[in-house]
Design a protein around this ligand. Structure first.
Ligand code: NAP
Length: 339
């Protein structure tokens, strides 16, 4: 089979298309999947540069965590799937439900374990969920990391209710899923972006208020004004160092900041009382559980929520997909069709 392999850290040019032996027949509890699609996340760019922590494999790694495909064969004792089932990969292969364990949080793919940028791969049956029929493989592959993160932040931690106000930063993968799920819960949504053209597209998706964060660097105050001084219930915090202070400004007393991304840097100089004395809840979010993925899929199917796919690259052009993501011009998800 063909697979892309990170030969050394650097950039997309260090990805090599190689021939690898086909996987052996699946063992007990295992499932052999023919991958139909994969999607890219910001983490995968960091991974190419070797910046994803000491555990990251720096050479010989098949990248990408997010994929979907079709079951080819199952091993002894497998009960969740049979050959021919369409399946989606769960981001943390061993975080099924409840609180995370250290081992569960070490079970993401494309970091120290081979990922999904290949034609065939064996998974434990616990690491997969059934793909709903209304989603294509490309659409399903866009979900495991970005959509589950947004679902955890909006629904599981954020407990979004009709009338809540949610602020979403940017128009990348996590951001647009957060916009869609916030709307699904009946919330009012403020979207920030560096691009007026992207803001226009966010409005079509249902955003109520639009702020260009390049033109309006004090957008936290603008969010306060938009909410008549009340502040927003939940900030989907993706910019890190670039945005956290504005997020604190924008959030209401007792509101939540879902701490997810570090697009603008990881270190922040903080005035702690602005959080403590205002009862702000800063909630770290690390993607989510398989149960969250399944609950999200049920909601998406019921309400016919389709992922926003910006662009699909053929398997052979996987390097170009990474280069395109790095440009930051995308609106939603960048995917790769396999096979
Ligand atoms: N904690 C977790 O579990 C988790 C899970 C998934 C992702 N993440 C993190 O969340 C972040 C977003 O990931 P993603 O995959 O959604 O990325 P992405 O699809 O590449 O989205 C990037 C978009 O974010 C906006 N952006 C870029 N720099 C920004 C800044 N300094 N301030 C505000 N917005 C900025 C831009 O939108 P505009 O072009 O509209 O300006 C850009 O297009 C990354 O830091 C990623 O590592 C964390």
């Amino acid at each position: 089979m063909e697979a892309f392999v990170l030969e050394a850290v650097g950039g997309p040019e260090t990805l090599a298309l190689v021939e690898r032996p086909d996987p052996p027949p699946p063992g007990a509890g295992e499932v052999l999947v023919r991958l139909g699609a994969a999607s890219l996340n910001y983490r995968d760019l960091v991974m190419l540069q070797g910046g994803y922590g000491s555990r990251q494999k720096k050479s010989g790694l098949v990248p990408l965590s997010d994929g979907a495909g079709t079951v080819v064969a199952v091993g002894a004792g497998v009960t969740r799937f049979r050959a021919g089932d369409r399946v989606t990969v769960s981001f943390f292969q061993r975080w099924l439900a409840g609180y995370a364990s250290v081992s569960a949080l070490a079970s993401d793919l494309g970091r120290d374990t081979d990922g999904v940028l290949c034609e065939y791969r064996i998974f434990h049956e616990d690491g997969l969920v059934r793909t709903p029929t209304f989603l294509t493989d490309i659409e399903a592959a866009s979900l495991p990391c970005a959509a589950v993160t947004a679902w955890s932040a909006i629904v599981d931690y954020g407990c979004a209710a009709p009338g809540d106000i949610v602020l979403v930063q940017g128009t990348g993968g996590v951001a647009l899923f957060a916009l869609q799920f916030a709307r699904l819960c009946g919330a009012e949504v403020i979207v920030t972006s560096s691009s007026d053209e992207k803001l226009g597209r966010a409005a079509v998706l249902g955003a109520h208020h639009l702020i260009n964060y390049r033109q309006d660097t004090e957008w936290g105050r603008t969010a306060l004004t938009l909410t008549e001084g009340r502040g927003v219930d939940n900030v989907i915090e993706l910019g890190g160092a670039d945005t956290f202070k504005q997020s604190i400004r924008a959030v209401r007393l007792g509101g939540m900041i879902a701490l997810i991304g570090v697009l603008g840097g990881a270190r922040v100089d903080l005035l702690v009382p602005l959080i403590g004395s205002r009862n702000v809840r800063v909630q770290g979010v690390t993607v989510g559980t398989r149960a969250a993925l399944e609950a999200m899929l049920r909601a998406m199917e019921l309400h016919r929520v389709k992922p926003v796919i910006d662009r699909v690259f053929p398997f052979a052009d996987a390097r170009a997909a990474f280069e395109y993501l790095a440009l930051g011009r995308h609106f939603g998800k960048v995917c790769i069709a396999i096979g």
